[in-house]
Write a protein that binds this ligand. Structure first.
Ligand code: NAP
Length: 271
């Protein structure tokens, strides 16, 4: 496993996304992922599966302290009192005393970000939340969240895959020591059948999914949270840290969404 080093902490660069995992299938999927070595789980109030993830956390032999657990406050619950109330329910469902990361799931047009962050900072002071962050925020909105918070915003979780540029946000994240967490990293499965990604994979003996996840996690500050309910997919996705894409191949993948900005090349590690 590779770790992202952000603000003097280490976060597993590959996590398990859990959107759309429900019921017993969700608990079984989380348990198998933990058995394979996943130590980073991503859920949200909106996914309606915190209870099932809580059951997996209770049943696994992996100590809670070794798991980086993220949940997100859903948009209608972003007012101060709603954050505290809904987060208490989340903790109860997750059967844990704390989450490692609490995110604002989407920016709100109704509640000022400072109000939501005030509640999140209090949860941190109470040790119920270790770190906070945002999701689906623009650069400007991320700046506002940073200004409103007494503690660092450690991530912005956004849609990032080979067909979608996040150059501006990634530049901002690297410059401000923020992790960019790539959601829907496999483009909801579309990347798997892309002939260019398959072709690159053949050189390394890897699949298009593995090439995609390696491309993401090989960029500075980027982590990825592919969803995989199938154990074979979980294992395949984890098996990306024993090879390295050449800069030439990294660039070929950036070309799928229009190329990499000159300024970003050195920031993400392309010489
Ligand atoms: P994704 O991870 O890009 O794609 C998931 C799909 O790819 C599933 O159908 C999965 O199948 C398949 N898959 C996974 N590994 C594969 C492999 N090695 N080979 C072939 N197919 C494979 O899409 P996503 O679920 O939208 O995004 C991932 C996570 O990001 C979510 O689960 C959620 O945690 C998070 N997310 C966050 C937001 C937000 O607003 N913050 C929005 C969307 C998603 P199986 O399940 O059958 O294995």
């Amino acid at each position: 496993m590779k770790y992202i080093e952000i603000k003097e902490m280490k976060i597993p660069a590959l996590g398990l996304g859990t959107w759309d995992l429900r019921g017993k299938h969700c608990t079984d999927a989380v348990l198998s992922a933990l058995d394979f070595g996943y130590r980073h789980l991503d859920t949200a109030q909106m996914y309606a599966n915190e209870e099932r993830i809580g059951e997996a956390l209770r049943r696994t032999d992996v100590p809670r302290k070794d798991i980086f657990l993220t949940t997100k406050i859903r948009p209608p619950r972003l007012a101060y009192g709603d954050v505290l109330e809904s987060f208490a329910v989340s903790l109860d469902k997750l059967q844990t005393d704390y989450v490692d990361l609490l995110l604002i799931h989407w920016p709100s047009s109704k509640v000022p970000v400072s109000e939501t962050i005030k509640a999140m900072n209090e949860l941190q002071a109470d040790k119920q939340v270790t770190h906070i962050g945002v999701s689906n925020f623009s650069v400007q909105q991320t700046r506002e969240a940073m200004d409103a918070s007494r503690t660092p915003i450690i991530t912005n979780q956004v849609h990032y895959d080979p067909f979608r540029s996040q150059s501006q946000l990634l530049e901002f994240c690297i410059q401000n020591d923020i992790m960019l967490t790539a959601y829907s990293p496999l483009a909801k499965g579309r990347a798997v059948n892309n002939s260019k990604l398959q072709e690159i994979g053949e050189k390394y003996g890897k699949t298009a999914a593995q090439v995609t996840l390696r491309w993401l996690t090989q960029q500075n500050n980027v982590s990825a949270i592919p969803k995989a309910g199938t154990p074979d997919h979980q294992q395949e996705n984890l098996n990306i840290f024993d090879f390295e894409l050449s800069w030439e191949d990294m660039e070929k993948i950036f070309e799928l969404h229009g190329g990499v900005f000159k300024k970003l090349r050195s920031l993400i590690g392309i010489i």
